[in-house]
Design a protein around this ligand. Structure first.
Ligand SMILES: *Cc1c(COP(=O)(O)O)cnc(C)c1O
Length: 397
């Protein structure tokens, strides 16, 4: 019997009924722009910002048009200028180096470990090269944040966290995004809350927060922000901060607020699926799992495994055989970027010396989404298929 999986790896769940109703209310009154308010009205975007600030425990929050725009705003708000060098992960998604390159700064890539986190020894070695680290918790893997912050604090490096895959995750009990000076999240469809496009930024620093609000395109209406610092802080920055328009609108915020209330429950459902796939793959010859550190509580919205030392041809065979059986794996070692999957050597706008350790890891790195539309039975079946196909290719070689 060769079973075939028939589910869809990019199909998310329908939005909760409360999101649909909130969206209809916004459509009904037509005030979609965040600053289009009736007297005394706070507005969906400002409410989302208050609620997300409370969720993360941050003093300030700003909602933006995308995760990438939140990162661009954050880099400018901490003072990155054209020509500056910015440390960042060699293993991440394209909007991360893109945000650095877009403001005329230069990424300095730091190696990845086979635990899929930033290599802290390489970070320490390169710490003298930049004043800012844009740290990407890629695919939800969190580095030893205590040691990372020690390295950065002693080198005078400001940390901007990209939490696109760690919304709701923690390190040693501290929420992801609460170690650095500022953190950015994405609410794009494939992340942990879905508004199609969208982003959030949090900080405890009043100057960073005020600059971020102004950068996001607040015109002179920043007093309509309720999760932002007071007017005296804005007075310091209002004439010196360019508007790079990247606001969120009330429709998206209305959709997101009910999802934020559901997030803890959704995280439990993701992790249940993750653990089922992980257990199903455990012990497969030739396949290494990425063991999760005890201090990390993660969100299993995707799973990664390594085919260490495999040739490109053998990995390609696994991809093909799995796809024939309905299982869509992504590979970070491919010669060409495909879909969302690319690696540092593909980003020609951000040239880098070769990173041997990263190349070694990415050449065998497999990645798979776990949307909540998958049942537990689906996850068991997917793991059986991968196990069989990896096993078959491994044995034949
Ligand atoms: C999705 C993502 C972002 C932000 O992406 P947007 O599509 O701009 O919302 C940033 N970093 C990583 C690692 C991501 O996966």
């Amino acid at each position: 019997m060769t079973e075939v999986f028939t589910g869809n790896f990019t199909q998310q769940e329908p939005l909760p009924q409360a999101s649909i109703e909130a969206a209809m209310a916004v459509l009904g009154h037509g005030r979609l722009h965040r600053y289009n308010l009736t007297p005394g009205e706070v507005g969906e975007v400002a409410l989302l910002e208050q609620e997300f600030a409370a969720f993360t425990g941050a003093r300030y929050c700003l909602a933006t048009a995308s995760g990438g725009s939140a990162i661009g705003v954050a880099l400018r708000a901490v003072g990155v200028r054209p020509g500056d060098r910015v440390l960042t992960n060699a293993f991440t998604l394209a909007p991360v180096p893109g945000a650095i390159a877009a403001l005329g700064a230069e990424p300095v890539f730091v190696e990845v470990t086979d635990g899929l986190v930033i290599d802290l020894d390489d970070l320490a070695a390169k710490a003298g090269q930049a004043r800012v680290l844009l740290l990407s918790h890629m695919r939800g893997h969190i580095a030893d944040m205590d040691r990372l912050m020690e390295i950065c604090t002693s080198a005078g490096i400001t940390v901007v966290e990209d939490c696109a895959h760690t919304m709701g995750a923690t390190w040693n009990g501290v929420q992801s995004g609460r170690h650095g000076a500022v953190a950015c999240y994405s609410t794009q469809t494939y992340k942990h809350m879905n508004s199609g496009e969208g982003g959030l930024l949090v900080s405890d620093d009043e100057d960073i927060a005020a600059r971020a609000v102004l950068l996001s395109g607040s015109y002179m209406l920043y007093e309509r922000h309720t999760a932002a610092p007071g007017p005296e802080v804005f007075a310091r920055h209002r004439m010196d901060t360019p508007n790079i328009s990247g606001r969120m609108d009330n429709l998206r915020a209305a959709i997101l607020r009910p999802q934020l209330r559901e997030l803890p429950r959704q995280i439990a459902r993701w992790n249940e699926r993750y653990r089922v796939v992980e257990e199903g793959l455990r012990g497969t010859p030739g396949l290494s799992l990425v063991e999760r550190p005890a201090k990390e509580s993660f969100v299993g919205s995707s799973i990664q495994f390594l085919l260490k030392g495999w040739s490109g041809a053998a990995v390609g065979e696994v991809l093909e055989r799995c796809l024939k059986r309905g299982v869509e794996l992504k590979w970070f070692g491919g010669a060409e970027p495909t879909g969302f999957t690319s690696r540092y050597a593909h980003w020609r706008y951000a040239p880098s010396p070769e990173l041997a350790r990263t190349d070694g890891v990415l050449s065998g790195l497999m990645d798979m989404r776990l949307p909540l539309t998958f049942s537990i039975g689906d996850c068991e079946q997917i793991a059986r298929i991968i196990r069989a196909e990896v096993g078959a290719v491994f044995q034949a070689r």
